[in-house]
Design a binder for this molecule. Structure first.
Ligand SMILES: [Zn+2]
Length: 371
């Protein structure tokens, strides 16, 4: 029997987030308001006033000062295998900023969150708990809050000048946002084993928004040669699991890592360059609007070309991974796996192409393949 001891505790982590978000927003909007007042733009001042009210209403629900905690335990005598993973400071900091569809439930940034997984045959149970919070953790939270608040105060002044700081911040923030799905899945996964070829991790079904999680059956993570499987795939039927593992293994084996890395670096580099150059032009006082529009147009063209190339490449990668899977587990098993996905209600509901390639095209490709 699982025990749910729910109690309400003070969250010094949320106190930290509230302080820095409020200070940042107020300084930023105060500066904007002053600027608009100076040029007698009253309607803009009213908009900023409404925004401040919206911020005051929203953030306390996103970062409540008192949160309910429950302590769910995995009955280790019942499950065959149990695994744990600790989420530390950086993971909790990231979740605070980017996992914004739910309220932030961390108590202290310096204590750990523990992701637990119990496995018995086709039964998987996940738990997600705060570990014990000591006084020293709270003290660290408060020290961090004070230091960060001072930092954020000066930072927000710089930021509202729309200069290079503005550009750099925006680019780092958008990059962390673009790769949100990969980073969150990585944070919310528990490693359960490895062989010479790859590490295997199971993803906690955290559900960013309904459907977003469900369409990811698994993915290959090149950083430490991992295959991440969705919980329902791992503890679901053998057919689906066998295919997804073989397919992801195909990605790990067939993809060109140097190319992937270069592709990633190019994107990051151009994005930072774009945001920073816009900020730089504003800061040095470039008035003619076309000089500011120019980086925007160049960036838009870059994105168009880049995304078109990526789409073509990822399509090719998908077929390559399926070819590997056919050689690994046989054509029959691959077809069965693809048919299982096609029948899956989660897949149908999501209405999204699997990794950019339509499921029927993939089935057709495998059927025609002669190797
Ligand atoms: Zn794939």
């Amino acid at each position: 029997m699982k025990k749910n001891n729910t109690k309400k505790v003070f969250s010094s982590a949320n106190f930290f987030f509230l302080c820095i978000v409020f200070i940042f927003s107020f300084i930023y909007y105060y500066n904007e308001w002053q600027r608009n007042r100076a040029i007698n733009n009253n309607s803009a001042s009213i908009i900023f006033f409404i925004m401040i009210i919206a911020i005051c209403a929203y953030f306390p629900t996103r970062f409540p000062l008192f949160i309910k905690t429950k302590n769910e335990k995995i009955d280790e005598s019942y499950y065959d295998d149990t695994y744990y993973k600790e989420l530390g400071f950086w993971a909790q900091l990231y979740l605070g900023f980017f996992h914004w569809t739910k309220y932030n439930d961390s108590i202290s940034l310096f204590s750990k969150k523990v992701l637990g997984l119990g496995i018995k045959n086709r039964e998987c149970k996940f738990t997600y708990n705060n570990s014990e919070v000591k006084n020293i953790h709270r003290i660290f939270d408060f020290i961090l809050t004070v230091i960060s608040s001072i930092g954020v105060f000066f930072f927000a002044q710089e930021f509202s000048k729309m200069g290079v700081v503005f550009g750099l911040t925006l680019s780092v923030f958008s990059l962390l946002f673009v790769f949100r799905n990969i980073i969150l899945n990585r944070i919310f996964s528990v490693k359960i084993g490895n062989d010479e070829e790859y590490n295997l991790s199971i993803m906690y079904p955290y559900c960013m928004l309904d459907g977003i999680m469900s369409r990811k059956y698994g993915f290959a993570y090149y950083g430490d040669n991992s295959i991440l499987l969705q919980k329902d795939v791992f503890c679901g039927g053998e057919i689906l699991k066998k295919y997804i593992v073989a397919h992801e293994k195909g990605h790990l084996k067939t993809s060109n890592r140097v190319k992937n890395l270069l592709q990633l670096i190019t994107f990051i580099f151009v994005t930072i360059l774009f945001f920073t150059s816009v900020g730089f032009m504003v800061q040095i006082g470039v008035k003619r609007i076309e000089f500011i529009i120019l980086p925007l147009v160049i960036y838009a063209i870059f994105l168009y070309v880049y995304l078109t190339l990526i789409r073509k490449k990822s399509e090719k990668d998908e077929f390559l991974a399926d070819v590997y899977a056919i050689k690994d587990i046989g054509k029959e098993a691959v077809l069965n796996g693809l048919e299982a996905i096609k029948k899956d209600t989660l897949y149908k509901r999501s209405g999204v192409k699997l990794s950019g390639v339509d499921i029927d095209r993939r089935i057709e490709f495998v059927k025609k393949y002669k190797g």
